[in-house]
Design a protein around this ligand. Structure first.
Ligand code: SAH
Ligand code: SF4
Length: 418
């Protein structure tokens, strides 16, 4: 990976390769996707435009890139005809490469994507009656090894760049044909402050719940979400964006202050012993510390509650006592909370089973009886391995299957010999 630099990630022992904000392309052009307006202005100035021109062109190009979704400078009709080829010679408007797109029988779609340096990652779109949610990845793989999560069995390859993160949302809009249309007579249109609403749209919400731990890739996730929330960018309200963390306590306050999106926390257990086992990060940031950080989360209120995700694992974390303890903890910290119960999605080789439907129902009732909403999340896209925790790239799955076959063959040889 010649185009990556090393950066250490807080809480992690190993330095993790992180791509730079600008990934040089083989043809020398610079991909603008993922860059904020000021950075685009700087690049235009470096390429030879005077300060005033650079500022004006950056504003126009930014609007075309992120608000209109154009992928060709030739389509930027308010920029002088002679200027467009000048831009195209020096700059590029990229998208992640699509390796494969799958469609589930329930309408869920999954894309296997590839970065320009050849790493695969996934994104999922989940349509519902009243909304459409895009599940976005923040890393290729994950460092955190939660025991029930398939992504956690991949090693972390690298953080995704802001361009690769916002690129997922842009690609989804391309596929769904959902870029705002309209005339581009001038940039002074009222549109600047327009907000992207759910009227007749498929993609209305974003969850940072794909592959990876978003708070271990804070700066890039922040950069990408700023572009998503910018009124002149993708213009999606922060109220429609949820970031899910397994509990990176030191980054949570910053997430609320600097990004301001809704928070989901992967709690999954109410005792130290069990959480240590299933979410190993708990050994570093324990339940009390985590819930205190939730109580302090900037912007949380009864109108904007924190979601506590709880994966239902048979005979592990699903008893009546666990449900009561969950209620007690949420009340003790006075949390504006809702609980999302996720039936465990099995994958080959997983050490757990999903709780029975009766158990999940009873657990949900107990929490609900104490005044906390606790819906059960319907698994979506299971037939295409798109459900929660199943994201793991096909290439990795294959190599693992390959490894399993090799291990079985080796065992057979040993058995025959012995
Ligand atoms: N790393 C972040 C976000 C990605 S995971 C986090 O852990 O919060 C999104 C959600 O799916 C998390 O709540 C995660 O715990 C859950 N999940 C992971 N594997 C799962 C599985 N096999 N079945 C059900 N939910 C799973
Ligand atoms: Fe990483 Fe989240 Fe999976 Fe844990 S549940 S291994 S933090 S992606």
């Amino acid at each position: 990976m010649a185009d990556t630099t090393l950066m250490s990630i807080p809480g992690q022992v190993d330095p993790v390769p992180v791509a730079r904000d600008i990934t040089p392309r083989a043809d020398g052009r610079i991909d603008l996707i993922g860059l904020p307006k000021d950075r685009i202005r700087e690049l235009f100035a470096e390429a030879g435009l005077d300060a005033k021109q650079a500022k004006l062109r950056a504003k126009q190009v930014f609007h075309w890139l992120y608000h209109r979704g154009v992928t060709d400078f030739a389509a930027m009709t308010d920029i002088a005809k002679t200027m467009r080829p000048w831009l195209a010679e020096r700059f590029y408007i990229g998208r992640p490469d699509v390796v494969e797109a799958q469609h589930s029988t329930d309408g869920t779609r999954k894309w296997l994507l590839r970065t320009s340096d050849g790493h695969e990652f996934e994104m999922v779109f989940i349509p519902d009656a009243d909304r459409g949610t895009l599940c976005v990845s923040s890393q290729v793989g994950c460092t955190l090894n939660c025991r029930f999560c398939h992504t956690g069995t991949m090693k972390l390859v690298r953080n995704l760049t802001p361009g690769e993160i916002v690129g997922q949302v842009m690609l989804a809009r391309d596929s769904l044909g959902e870029w705002p249309k309209g005339s581009m007579a001038g940039l002074d249109e009222v549109e600047d402050s327009a907000e992207y609403t759910s009227d007749g749209r498929l993609l209305t919400n974003i969850v940072m719940m794909g592959m990876g731990e978003p708070l271990y890739n804070f700066d890039n996730v922040k950069g990408a979400l700023k572009l998503v929330m910018d009124g002149d960018g993708l213009a999606l309200s922060k109220r429609r964006i949820t970031l899910s963390t397994s509990g990176v306590v030191p980054a949570m306050a910053r997430c609320g202050e600097e990004i301001g999106v809704n928070l989901a926390v992967s709690l999954h257990a109410v005792t130290k012993e069990i959480r240590d086992e299933i979410v190993p990060l708990n050994k570093k940031y324990g339940i009390e510390e985590l819930l205190q950080a939730c109580a302090d989360y900037p912007g949380a209120s009864n109108a904007r509650r924190i979601t506590f995700e709880y994966v239902m694992l048979k005979d592990k974390n699903d008893s009546d006592e666990h449900a009561h303890e969950l209620v007690r903890l949420l009340k003790q910290y006075d949390l504006p909370a809702k609980v999302n119960l996720i039936p465990f999605n099995p994958w080959p080789g997983a050490a757990y089973e999903c709780s029975t439907p009766e158990r999940v129902k009873r657990f949900s009732e107990i929490v609900f009886e104490h005044g906390i909403s606790a819906p059960v999340r319907t698994p979506r896209g299971r037939d295409i391995d798109a459900a929660c925790g199943q994201l793991k790239t096909a290439a990795e799955k294959k190599s693992r299957a390959q490894r399993d076959r090799e291990a079985a063959a080796a065992e057979a040889t040993e058995a025959a010999a012995g």
